[in-house]
Structures are given as C-alpha cells and as structure tokens.
Design a protein around this ligand. Structure first.
Ligand SMILES: Nc1ncnc2c1ncn2[C@@H]1O[C@H](COP(=O)(O)OP(=O)(O)OP(=O)(O)O)[C@@H](O)[C@H]1O
Length: 459
C-alpha cells in the first residue's frame, strides 16, 4: 500500500471549492485532490475512489456535513473526515469531533493550519492502513511475491522470516532501515524492497559517508541556477530522478549531524525545495537506508540525532553475519562458483564436500563480499574439475594465527590489579604449584628463599 494521498473536497460553493483545491494542491503537493459540489454524490464517489480523507462543509443542500460524517464513519471506517465550517457553526463542528470527525477547520482560519491538519490526517490514515496490511501479511506464513527474493539465497529460518517481514512492510510509506555489517546483503534486501514496492520505477543508490550537509541537499533536491540574463538552468536532484521508485541511502550511520537534520526534514515534511527555488515538490519515493552500526549506540556516542533515530525505527531489518548463517555456506559457494565460471567462461569446478564444514569455524569478517571473492579466486585457479581450495585454507590459517592467543601472553582482568595484589598472587601461585616448598617456589619466582619467607610473613 502506497502513501494515503487521495482527498475529496465537498462543498456546494463552487468558488470556495476551487480556491480550497488550489490552496491544498500548493501546500500539500503530495495529495491528490478531487472535488464534489453535490452532497448527494458523496457516497458514490467514496465507493469508487479510495479516499483517505474527506473535507466536508457543514451546511449544504440535501445532506448536511453532519449527516455525511455519520454515513462515512459507518460505511467507510478507514476514511477520515475534516469538517469545514463558518464561524457561527463552531458548536456543531465540535459536536462532529465527538462523533468521529478528525478535526474541524474554520473557513477564515490560516490555510497553513489546514495544510498541517490535512497532512497529519493523511499520515494517520496511511499508518492505520499500513498497520492493518502489515499485520495481515505477516500473519500469513507464505510469500505473495517470492520472485522478489530471487537474488537472496538462504535456507536460514531467521532470513526467511525477514523475507516475510520485508514483504509486509515494503508497501509502507515509512522508511525502511537495514542494519548489518559490510557484505551481509543489505543492498540485495534494498533491491528486493524495490521489486516489491515499485518494480517499474527507478532504483537509485547513493553512499552518504561523510557527505556534507550542502552536498547532501544539492544531491537530493537538485539546484536551480539563475543567470544574469534571466535564463535558468536546472540540475535535477535524486528525489526528482527517482520519482515514485526506491532511493537507497547507504551508510546513514556515517552521515554528519547537520546533514541528518536535512534528511529528517525530508522524511517529515515529505516535500523538498531545489536549491535556489522556492517551489515545493512532493517526495514520492520510498526511502531505504542502510547502516553498519547500531544507531542507538551512535546516538549515545553523540553521533546520531535522536529525532532521526526514532523516525527510522518504524521498520527495521537486522541482517546476520555470514558466520551466523552456517547453513547457507555450501549453497552460497555453489552459487558463486556458477557466477564466477559464467563470468570467466570456464567450466564450473565441483565444491569439495568438506569445504563448507571447514569454513564453519571461520568468521568471514568481509561476509559475502569475502566469500564471493574467495570463490572467484578459487575458480580462476581451478583445473575445471575440482575447486582449488588454497585461498580458503590460507584465509582459515591466517585467521587462526591472528586469533590464537600466544601461550606465554598474560591475560589481565578488565580492572588491573595493584602491584601488591600481583605480588601476592604470584607468591600464592608459586607456593601452590610447588606444594608449599619454599625453596622451589623461590626458584620459580627468581628471588631468594629468605626474601620469599619475608613476603609470606607479610614483610
Ligand atoms: N543471500 C545471498 N545470496 C546470494 N548472493 C548474495 C546474498 N546476499 C548477498 N549476496 C551477494 O553478496 C555480495 C554482497 O552483498 P551486498 O552488496 O548486498 O552487501 P551489503 O551489506 O550491501 O554490503 P556493503 O555494506 O559493503 O554495501 C553481493 O555481490 C551480493 O549480490
């Protein structure tokens, strides 16, 4: 389900209806606005158009706004109503609120207030609809669009659950946050989200690491250049290019704080102004964001804004490392063998049966990037029959020697002991190892027996 956007304006005064439509088009450009001048047609219009919001005048011939409110609340419970009223009808408007209207608006009020209320109402309807949709989809165990996950091979139950979750939330207008170390498949999940959300619209990916706030704004919103001769040049931003597609923002954790404010504003207002222009354009795309780190930790370290953090927590997928999905290793090796052999135009070598098992203790710091390049390297070195495993063995052995704790290295507790405590512990250990033989213990400790004896007496 996409953004809740459709609004029906109902009023018997044609001039007012036109003004209101123009004003809302300008202030809430993401909305799609229709008008209805005859209160008798409202029910039919609601049956054929999926309206999220209806703005009704209170006093009209045939059906009053109050009567329409009652009809809409009972027949179209997922549609919200805002009452539009004259100053002398405020009492009735308040009664309408008690009867389920979302809000009321006095015709002489500031239109900015109306725009804010309309946008909030659209958001509420969108969230309600998404919630119902997500609940329904997540509770069914099957996938509606398994082909959207064709590029993600897995038999790990935790990832299969993430497929169902992604399918359930992919239609939501809220951003999707994907957290995982490098090479855990974040980009593949973002592409699957695109395949589910808007396969015929663009997918655009951009890296945000260390991008200044100015560059971020320019890249996202584009820029209008005013020349001295009055001519204009426009450079389209990503929000324009992506349209209703998916904009994948990589490494949101590395976006500087001042650029984070700009992103938050885009997510909240759902509109943007190209640099050098004062015309607002609607943000229609779905945002998918990736982070290699937990954003709460970054926030605690003062590197991530709390308001953006809360905004991004609505839909979140956390991807496991490759070491946490041992069931997939053999299948992924075969998959990458086929990819490598096709790319290098070589016969596909066969994976040795014990390879995946040997790799199960390796922790793949580079995750799938690493496994993929190992397999590509191995295929290029293979004889066309069996996969050359030397690259894997080198990695496993290097890893062992890096992670092995040298035999003679001391390991200290987190809180270091004092010198006195260390001395005491050494003496106790030497006495224990020598069954309280002071001569032998002194020898181990490299001190004289009398010095040891003094220490034992606490001297
Ligand atoms: N489950 C999977 N099945 C098959 N190939 C996969 C799978 N997951 C990822 N890959 C492949 O592994 C490589 C790394 O995946 P991807 O680029 O999605 O990781 P990432 O988390 O986005 O990495 P980075 O943080 O570096 O951007 C890609 O070549 C991708 O096609």
């Amino acid at each position: 389900m996409k953004l809740a956007r459709n609004i029906l304006l109902v009023d018997d005064e044609a001039a007012w209806l036109r003004t209101l439509a123009v004003t809302l088009n300008r202030l809430v450009p993401e909305a799609e606005i229709d008008t209805c001048i005859d209160s008798r047609q409202v029910q039919n219009r609601l049956q054929v158009g999926d309206y999220a919001l209806v703005l009704v005048d209170l006093t009209m011939p045939f059906h009053s706004g109050e009567a329409l409110l009652a009809m809409i609340r009972s027949d179209f419970p997922n549609t919200r109503v805002i009452i539009v009223t004259g100053v002398n009808e405020v009492d009735t408007a308040v009664r309408c609120i008690k009867n389920g209207a979302y809000d009321y608006f006095i015709k002489t009020d500031n239109v900015d207030n109306l725009a804010r209320t309309v946008r909030r109402a659209l958001e509420v309807v969108g969230l309600e609809r998404n919630y119902l949709n997500i609940k329904e989809k997540f509770l069914s165990r099957t996938l509606d669009n398994p082909q959207a996950f064709n590029n993600i091979l897995t038999c790990e139950p935790q990832l299969l659950d993430q497929f169902r979750y992604l399918e359930a939330v992919s239609g939501s207008a809220e951003p999707l946050l994907i957290i995982g170390a490098s090479g855990t498949g974040k980009t593949e999940f973002a592409k699957s989200c695109h395949a589910l959300f808007s396969p015929n619209e663009p997918f655009i990916s951009i890296h945000l690491a260390s991008m200044s706030s100015e560059i971020f704004e320019q890249k996202m919103c584009g820029q209008l250049y005013h020349h001295h001769n009055g001519e204009l040049d426009a450079v389209a931003g990503l929000l324009h290019q992506v349209g209703s597609g998916v904009l994948y923002l990589n490494d949101i954790d590395a976006l500087p704080l001042d650029a984070q404010v700009k992103l938050l504003t885009l997510l909240e207002t759902k509109q943007y102004y190209p640099l050098g222009s004062d015309t607002a354009y609607p943000v229609k795309c779905k945002f998918v964001l990736s982070s290699q780190h937990d954003l709460l930790n970054l926030h605690q370290a003062g590197r991530f804004r709390s308001d953006l953090l809360y905004r991004l927590r609505t839909h979140k997928i956390k991807l496991p490392t490759l070491a946490e999905r041992p069931l997939d290793i053999a299948m992924l090796i075969n998959h990458f063998i086929v990819l490598a052999a096709t790319e290098m135009k070589l016969p596909a070598p066969i994976q040795p049966t014990d390879l995946a098992n040997k790799l199960s203790s390796y922790d793949f710091p580079g995750n799938l990037h690493e496994l993929k390049s190992m397999v590509f390297d191995a295929v290029s070195r293979s004889d066309g029959v069996a996969l050359n495993t030397s690259a894997f063995m080198v990695a496993i052995n290097e890893h062992k020697s890096l992670t092995a704790i040298p035999q003679d290295r001391m390991i200290f507790p987190k809180q270091l002991p004092t010198i006195a405590q260390m001395n005491q512990a050494l003496v106790d250990e030497a006495m224990s190892r020598t069954a309280n033989n002071q001569t032998a213990a002194a020898q181990i400790l490299g001190i004289s027996q009398s010095a040891l004896s003094r220490r034992l007496k606490g001297g």
